[in-house]
Design a binder for this molecule. Structure first.
Ligand SMILES: Nc1ncnc2c1ncn2[C@@H]1O[C@H](COP(=O)(O)OP(=O)(O)OP(=O)(O)O)[C@@H](O)[C@H]1O
Length: 615
């Protein structure tokens, strides 16, 4: 490498890094109406940056049908997208499929299909799953599309023109099944069936061989310090924190230049290197550029690109936290605002994976548990910091307790005709439940525990907002479930069904108890919309809350107690009286599929080399 080049990169970096790295998205309070999540978002350049949000899932490799882990990434991105729409922010949400590479090429041929047809069939399975599970993406990208090829070619040319790509000879360990070059520390010894010692990839277990190949290299080594500086100056750039520290740790080690092409004689199913038909663009460089393609690259993509947030599994952290920012720095493009990392769903302690075949079918589970049931379970039980073992029983227990009994039971009780024959949102009588718990207030029926409940509910939206934005949906849902329990306790404590409606004083207290309970339910329904959209819609419709009254800005709680007008008081409840969430039986077909039976996909494909050290 030329010394001058390296020096100029550092100078360039110092001067523009500040420009590229933007402060985190700040919260906005706006009352404006937003488009439905499924509508294509417009980009209004005039809007402030904090009024735009662009979230992506990884694009999924089409070597087999989707499993619960893929849906989990998609549900996380979906709830973030829906949440920001509720905040009045313009949001774009992309997902899709990664369709190039040797494994796809081989699988297609062994299935007797054209690679594109093979890819289309699997891509459609992902798309169908996402539609059925209410993943409200605004863009679905396939890396075999022309718009993507144009973006990759342009991106490559920019990197090459700026001197960051050079032709070199790679020599080292290579795993053909993984399509991956490995450093000596990623290689170990194993004894094969003939008693011979062979070299294997420590991560995948596949055999590796020493190989020498001429291909294109990216000057990754020049970006070690810029990457360190970026991370140090942006301690929130990768969340949760343990993954941020893992990325910094990787940067302590050597960062060799990266091979970014393969000889076309070995890999034809991919985008040819511009100007060199003998080489194919490395599948990871190809795949990562999808985020730019969706943003409009190579045309002006500044509207969305500056506000990008990636949701990724921890298996692909290195590609997103090291390679991708380095490519972007080299192309002088802004870096992602945030990389949200989540851990894995495991089966008996082992990562659920297409290659291992130990998968749980998300379509089947969405039918057994309902779409919202499955979404709720994934977000309530999935902890981004740590892996989580999947069991059907765990899902059934959780959903029966929290959605059927606790939330559904609460709605049922306080909208029952026996308690509320007029089927209206009853009035609130402040003398029964004054704002302050003053000793001896005449007519006051509320007790100190009721005030504690009100306090919890009035702080709930701030708490949920904080957890949703930090990718800690499980904490948000835990807080909501806790408040639902408190509200059930409130109802139980005052047993409105025992009050005598002929006595005006008791009727006023009954109305007040119901009003407070419905107000709580309205808050829970509104906050739950990003996670369980159908269930929340059912709940809010039953309460008579209109579509334009379901935004974050409509979360004022118990206005009547504060002397403000409550728009809901006296309003007729919605006519739909059905069960909110039916109790579940344990699904009959609840076994995790074994390798042989796992995929409806055309043929079995071994693990794709996109994985890296799992932190
Ligand atoms: N077990 C899992 N738990 C959570 N997310 C997962 C899981 N498996 C895959 N994902 C999500 O899918 C992304 C990568 O998907 P990929 O297509 O490589 O799936 P895979 O099952 O790991 O495939 P393979 O076994 O072929 O490597 C991950 O980064 C993550 O976002």
């Amino acid at each position: 490498m030329q010394l001058g080049k390296s020096f100029s990169v550092k100078l360039w970096h110092l001067s523009i890094l500040k420009k590229l790295v933007r402060p985190p998205l700040t919260r906005v309070r706006t009352q404006q109406c937003v488009s439905a999540p499924t509508e294509r978002p417009l980009c209004t350049h005039g809007l402030e940056e904090n009024q735009r949000f662009y979230v992506t899932t990884p694009i999924f490799y089409v070597n087999a049908a989707p499993h619960i882990g893929h849906l989990y990434s998609a549900v996380i991105a979906d709830y973030l997208h829906r949440y920001w729409l509720m905040r009045g922010v313009q949001s774009k949400f992309s997902t899709g499929t990664d369709e190039h590479g040797l494994k796809i090429q081989q699988a297609a041929y062994s299935a007797g299909k054209e690679p594109l047809r093979f890819c289309t069939e699997v891509s459609v399975q992902f798309k169908d799953l996402f539609k059925k599970c209410d993943i409200s993406y605004t863009d679905y990208i396939r890396t075999t599309e022309d718009r993507h090829r144009r973006a990759v070619e342009h991106f490559w040319t920019v990197l090459q023109d700026k001197g960051f790509i050079y032709k070199g000879t790679y020599e080292g360990w290579y795993s053909t099944p993984d399509e991956s070059f490995l450093t000596p520390s990623q290689v170990g010894d194993r004894t094969d069936s003939d008693g011979r010692t062979v070299k294997i990839s420590l991560e995948s277990g596949h055999k590796v061989e020493w190989m020498k190949e001429e291909n294109y290299m990216f000057r990754l080594s020049e970006f070690r310090s810029p990457l360190q500086r970026w991370l140090r100056e942006n301690s929130e750039a990768i969340q949760p924190k343990r993954f941020y520290h893992a990325a910094l740790q990787w940067l302590q080690e050597d960062l060799p230049d990266l091979s970014v092409s393969r000889q076309r004689s070995r890999l034809q199913w991919g985008i040819p290197v511009p100007g060199d038909s003998e080489q194919t663009v490395y599948v990871w460089l190809d795949a990562l550029v999808n985020y730019l393609t969706v943003a409009g690259y190579p045309q002006d993509c500044s509207c969305w690109w500056g506000v990008a947030h990636h949701v990724v599994g921890k298996d692909i952290l290195k590609f997103h936290a090291i390679y991708w920012p380095a490519f972007l720095m080299a192309a002088e493009l802004p870096l992602p605002r945030k990389i949200f990392v989540h851990s894995h769903w495991t089966v008996e302690g082992q990562k659920m994976s297409k290659s291992l075949g130990n998968v749980v079918d998300p379509l089947e589970r969405s039918q057994s548990f309902t779409t919202d049931g499955l979404r709720y379970f994934l977000l309530r039980q999935g902890v981004p910091d740590s892996d989580c073992d999947y069991y059907d029983d765990k899902a059934v227990k959780l959903l029966n307790t929290e959605l059927a009994d606790s939330l559904g039971g609460l709605l049922n009780r306080c909208t029952a005709r026996s308690l509320n024959p007029a089927q209206v949102y009853p009035n609130f009588y402040v003398e029964c439940f004054p704002r302050e718990l003053e000793p001896g207030g005449a007519g006051r029926r509320a007790v100190s525990e009721d005030y504690k409940m009100l306090e919890s509910v009035s702080h709930l939206s701030r708490l949920v907002e904080h957890h949703y934005e930090d990718l800690q949906a499980y904490k948000a849902l835990e807080a909501i479930a806790g408040c639902v329990r408190q509200t059930n306790g409130f109802l139980q404590r005052h047993a409105p069904w025992k009050l005598d409606r002929r006595d005006p004083e008791q009727q006023r207290w009954l109305d007040t108890v119901l009003h407070v309970s419905l107000e709580c339910l309205r808050v829970y329904g509104t906050l739950l919309q990003p996670v369980v959209p159908q269930l929340a819609d059912k709940l809010l419709s039953r309460l008579g809350v209109g579509p334009e009254e379901r935004f974050w800005a409509n979360l004022q709680f118990l206005s009547s107690q504060h002397g403000d007008t409550c728009p809901f008081e006296g309003r007729t409840l919605g006519p739909e009286t059905g069960v909110l969430f039916s109790r579940l039986e344990r699904p009959k077909q609840s076994k995790v599929q074994s390798k042989g039976q796992s995929q409806k996909t055309q043929s079995k494909v071994t693990k794709h080399a996109k994985t890296t050290e799992v932190v």
